[in-house]
Design a binder for this molecule. Structure first.
Ligand code: ZN
Length: 258
């Protein structure tokens, strides 16, 4: 009896969350008003380097992401001032539930529920509730030389982003944050998960360029610049990236069938 009741309650929560996420997703991408995004910095380790970087974060550090988006959105004929308004929350002193291994649909769905619950408990940022919440985990590069994947819930308006706690990595971090931000608005990855190479044509910034290689820019959801057949370099900054036509369709910047 109690078990059935518990399952029923869980199902109600699941449906509520799903409907809420769907409605929020539909509203956040009309590109007619600013989408309010809050960045919640988190120390992923107890390194003094990480602490120093996180404690000294300033909203201006994230301004280039908003400026880049404004430029890209304008390029698609939407002259909207500040399409994404980014706020910085005080550091969160807790770690989000660990990302699911493998990434099966069910495990991601369960993780997303845990994450939403966790986010609701740890959202102490002042001001109105943001539409998009990005939890950014800072790692000391000396302790974590390679970061595993970040996860922005597709159309879920919430993401967990892993970055390096280093001034030198700031521009590259901005690329990762912008990539996950666009996931939360419905953009899909455009690289091969095995080889990490951009998928042609959608993962190419300029698919019609002749000759095809080397490309000069990266499509943001591919993250890498295809420099030769079978070779791609990571984008060093947002200046090396753009929003390609397929991503523009996915985030509602461009009508489908264009
Ligand atoms: Zn991605």
């Amino acid at each position: 009896m109690f078990r059935k009741l518990r399952i029923a309650i869980l199902l109600i929560i699941l449906v509520t969350v799903a409907v809420g996420a769907w409605r929020a997703g539909a509203q956040a991408t009309d590109w007619k008003h600013s989408v309010h995004t809050t960045i919640y910095p988190i120390m992923a380790d107890d390194s003094p380097v990480t602490r120093q970087i996180v404690e000294r974060l300033h909203p201006d550090d994230f301004a280039p992401i908003g400026e880049w988006l404004q430029e890209e959105v304008r390029r698609y004929g939407r002259p909207l001032l500040r399409p994404v308004a980014i706020n910085l929350a005080p550091p969160v002193n807790a770690l989000p539930p660990p990302l699911p291994e493998g990434g099966g649909r069910l495990s991601v769905a369960l993780w997303s529920l845990q994450l939403r619950y966790w986010a609701w408990r740890h959202d102490a940022a002042p001001g109105p509730r943001p539409e998009i919440r990005l939890f950014v985990l800072y790692h000391d590069p000396a302790r974590t030389p390679a970061l595993d994947h970040s996860l922005g819930l597709e159309k879920g308006l919430i993401g967990v982003v892993k970055v390096f706690a280093s001034r030198d990595e700031r521009q590259r971090n901005a690329v990762v944050i912008a990539h996950e931000l666009l996931h939360t608005l419905g953009a899909t990855d455009k690289y091969d998960p095995q080889t990490l190479l951009p998928v042609f044509p959608d993962g190419y910034a300029e698919p019609n360029r002749q000759p095809r290689h080397p490309q000069a820019l990266a499509e943001i959801m591919a993250g890498r610049i295809p420099v030769a057949e079978g070779r791609a370099d990571e984008a060093d900054s947002l200046a090396d990236t753009l929003i390609g036509p397929q991503t523009a369709i996915e985030i509602g910047l461009q009508p489908r069938g264009h």
